[in-house]
Ligand binder design. Structure first.
Ligand code: NAP
Length: 285
């Protein structure tokens, strides 16, 4: 299936590489042109579109990976005039359910389809084609493109109507906040106990408290290295979405509220572009 990608950031770039290697990627566009040129240097015969509409004219399937709600809206506005019936747009960004319901409505009005398909698994998941993808929108449209999506995702689950992929991603982000709090606090405690941190990570990760974040971010955070990964500013954006969704149903999310405050402190002190494991900075003795 002729596939194009918009957004070549930490996630979009490796997703594009995997689509290219499987022979699906025909076209790419990135706001910062130089990144698209870098991708083209790795991919034979890849066309770099001059704008999103030019990409739409070349593709049956359009993947989007941009930062936040306003960015998705800008990209959709640029795509709309060029959409043709049958085109399927899959947005893998993390944005609010309300935004995707709005843009899905606009896209469907042009005769095309829109699926919200946020992903989990981090940059490693994107590189290793091992993402978990939670999809909202038309189930038939998903089945048409499932084989292509399997090139980037290990697990693809249809969650329900438009917006339900993003609601599921919000569940994931709330859990990720709790895990970050638990892992950084526990490793700070281990440091205060003057334990050998690599050995702590080794033994704890093979027991009941073991988890992905400890395995992938523990070894770097105890060396004061916080290269993204998943940026503090992006998780902050996601948790603000979770809080608004919880407020709407009269629910409180104490771990999310605490993490939002911690991330705001990190952002104010210039660490917003670091990996979320930079929370360790606030916890270590
Ligand atoms: P990133 O590295 O900051 O990349 C963001 C991408 O979006 C860049 O290509 C950027 O273009 C583009 N962009 C931003 N605003 C735009 C706009 N207004 N118009 C057009 N393009 C725009 O972010 P990322 O880590 O790849 O994350 C992308 C999305 O995936 C986010 O929604 C994030 O929450 C989600 N996500 C991230 C992870 C992770 O571990 N990183 C995991 C799961 C989901 P430029 O190059 O021009 O800046």
């Amino acid at each position: 299936m002729k596939t194009g990608i918009i957004g070549l950031g930490a996630m979009g770039f490796p997703i594009a590489m995997n689509l290219h290697q499987a022979g699906h990627l025909v076209c790419a566009w990135n706001r910062t042109h130089a990144t698209a040129e870098t991708l083209a240097a790795h991919c034979d015969n890849l066309e770099i579109a001059s704008n999103p509409a030019a990409l739409a004219a070349r593709c049956e399937l359009i993947l989007i990976s941009v930062s936040a709600d306003a960015d998705l809206r800008q990209v959709i506005d640029a795509l709309l005039p060029a959409l043709t019936p049958g085109t399927i747009i899959v947005d893998t960004s993390t944005v609010s359910s309300a935004t995707v319901r709005d843009v899905a409505h606009q896209v469907v009005a042009q005769g095309a389809q829109f699926l919200d398909a946020p992903v989990s698994g981090g940059v490693e998941g994107a590189k290793n084609a091992a993402l978990a993808m939670m999809v909202g929108g038309d189930a038939t449209a998903l089945e048409k493109i499932r084989t292509t999506l399997q090139v980037i995702a290990q697990r693809i689950v249809h969650m329900g109507p438009s917006g339900s992929g993003q609601a599921t991603k919000a569940v994931n982000q709330i859990m990720a906040a709790g895990i970050n709090q638990a892992v950084t606090e526990a490793l700070a405690f281990a440091q205060a106990m003057q334990l050998p941190l690599d050995k702590v990570i080794e033994v704890v990760s093979s027991g009941a408290a073991g988890n992905w974040f400890l395995n992938h971010r523990g070894p770097s955070m105890v060396r004061d290295s916080y290269a993204p990964g998943f940026k503090v500013a992006l998780h902050h954006k996601d948790l603000a979405i979770c809080k608004r969704m919880a407020d709407d149903v009269g629910m409180s999310l104490p771990v999310v509220e605490m993490t939002l405050m911690h991330y705001e402190k990190l952002i104010e002190t210039g660490y917003g572009d670091e990996d979320i494991s930079a929370l360790f900075r606030l916890k270590k003795p």
